[in-house]
Design a protein around this ligand. Structure first.
Ligand code: IDP
Ligand code: MG
Length: 149
């Protein structure tokens, strides 16, 4: 499997629910390497660019309002097939379809408040990483386990 980088974001509400540590622990325990992380409040232009594919949909304005409403934790995760692995770990977009055991399945009751974002393709990952991070903010490191895989 090829090593990939993907973009993830803990959405507003995660910090106020005081579950950011739990969610990040689940990402680490799965085996992703966190290679960049940033606590921030997304400026509206950034949120609009991030969700540009949804512009014009009924939920778009509310989505941008929500994403800019409070602190987020933006991260870049690295690992084998990281993009699809993270999507599976997060679970379905729709709250009622997100399986128990997935992050959304375990922590979210509403689709609009589904607590975590994960890039849906290699193109999205590259675009989203570039929106939120400069190359110098991404730290290349190895945990030393590569030789066992
Ligand atoms: P994704 O986050 O699983 O990639 P997308 O379809 O890209 O799902 O939608 C982006 C975000 O917009 C979702 O995570 C969710 O928060 C919100 N969203 C998507 N569809 C709806 C909807 O039908 N109602 C309300 N919010 C939605
Ligand atoms: Mg998406």
């Amino acid at each position: 499997m090829a090593t990939e980088r993907t973009f993830t974001m803990l959405k507003p509400g995660v910090l106020s629910r005081r579950i950011s540590g739990e969610i990040i622990s689940r990402l680490e325990r799965k085996g992703f390497d966190i290679v960049a992380a940033k606590l921030m409040r997304a400026p509206r232009v950034l949120a609009e660019a991030h969700y540009a594919e949804h512009r014009g949909k009924p939920f778009y304005e509310g989505l941008v309002d929500y994403i800019t409403s409070g602190p987020i934790v933006a991260m870049v995760l690295e690992g084998d097939a990281a993009i699809s692995m993270l999507r599976r770990l997060c679970g379905s977009t729709k709250a009622e379809e997100a399986a128990p055991g997935t992050i959304r399945g375990d922590y979210a009751m509403h689709t609009g408040l589904n607590i975590i974002h994960a890039s849906d393709s290699a193109e999205s990952a590259e675009r989203e990483i570039g929106l939120f991070f400069s190359p110098e903010e991404i730290v290349d490191w190895r945990d030393g386990n590569d030789s066992w895989i």
